[in-house]
Design a protein around this ligand. Structure first.
Ligand code: CA
Ligand code: CA
Ligand code: CA
Length: 271
């Protein structure tokens, strides 16, 4: 009897989800660790970087990642003219912890984000949801993230619809079907077509905001370049604002300590 029970438990732990996982995020926490403000140029409309919902949908041999923001997704920089995907401002990175095993996976987020993951949540794959075309993304990855390039997934297709950015990813590129046990983290940034030397297409956060620079951070590279992210149980509750502040605010510039962030593991409420 014991053996049978054990077998059932193992089966549940490895089960692929059937329909979708839904993670929610509070409105109005698009301020990173609490102090960040948008760039001053008029294209950065209120709510453009405020994540409110993130959905993972299984579709045959593909997985759809759907990130919904508070504002309508727009294309003020005419992305088609630079081989882009129909939107301009946002760039999201979806980190996946497949094994939830202490110290297993990559610790640091992609260059330019300035955050590390907690030991229990090192990542195995990251999906880049960017308006940049495949060629540009691939060359940036080759140039700036060569050491982890095998675990960076460029979607088959990325597009926007209303307030939602959608990335279609082949299950094969994730190493198989999405499992209910996987952890997720979504980091919200802005697409920067002219990034700083080491940054992978991300926009800087400085002390004082500028036309194309976020403000409320530090002029050095010690502050997290994350505008919004998932936190807590990702149900969209108020306490998740504080949880995000705590994680993103854990950096110490004078000791070169970067912010450490966690992931969200789906519970019954996310299904
Ligand atoms: Ca939010
Ligand atoms: Ca891991
Ligand atoms: Ca958040």
């Amino acid at each position: 009897m014991k053996v049978i029970l054990f077998g059932v438990v193992t089966l549940v732990a490895n089960v692929a989800f059937s329909k979708s996982l839904v993670f929610r995020d509070p409105v109005g926490d698009d301020r990173g660790p609490g102090s960040y403000v948008y760039p001053t140029d008029a294209v950065y409309k209120r709510g453009s970087f405020d994540l409110v919902k993130f959905e993972v949908r299984s579709k045959g041999s593909d997985v759809e990642f759907r990130a919904t923001m508070r504002a309508r997704i727009e294309d003020p920089w005419d992305s088609k003219s630079w081989g882009g995907n129909g939107f301009s401002l946002q760039m999201l990175q979806v980190y996946i912890d497949k094994d939830h095993k202490e110290g297993s996976g990559h610790r640091s987020a992609l260059p330019g984000m300035n955050v590390d993951f907690m030991k229990a949540s090192y990542w195995e794959k990251v999906v880049v949801m960017s308006p940049q075309g495949r060629e540009r993304l691939a060359s940036e990855i080759e140039l700036k993230a060569k050491d982890v390039r095998g675990d960076i997934v460029i979607p088959k297709r990325t597009y926007s619809s209303g307030k939602t950015i959608v990335a279609v990813v082949s299950k094969k590129d994730l190493g198989g079907a999405v499992q209910e046990s996987w952890g997720f983290q979504v980091l919200v940034q802005s697409n920067e077509g002219f990034p700083d030397r080491g940054d992978l297409l991300s926009r800087k956060v400085n002390e004082v905001e500028g036309p194309h620079r976020f403000g409320g951070g530090d002029d050095g590279d010690c502050d997290p370049h994350v505008i919004d992210m998932l936190a807590g149980d990702a149900l969209g509750t108020k306490d998740e604002v504080a949880a995000q502040k705590k994680e993103l605010g854990s950096f110490v510039c004078k000791s070169s300590i970067r912010s450490e962030i966690g992931m969200v593991y789906s519970s019954k409420s996310n299904k």
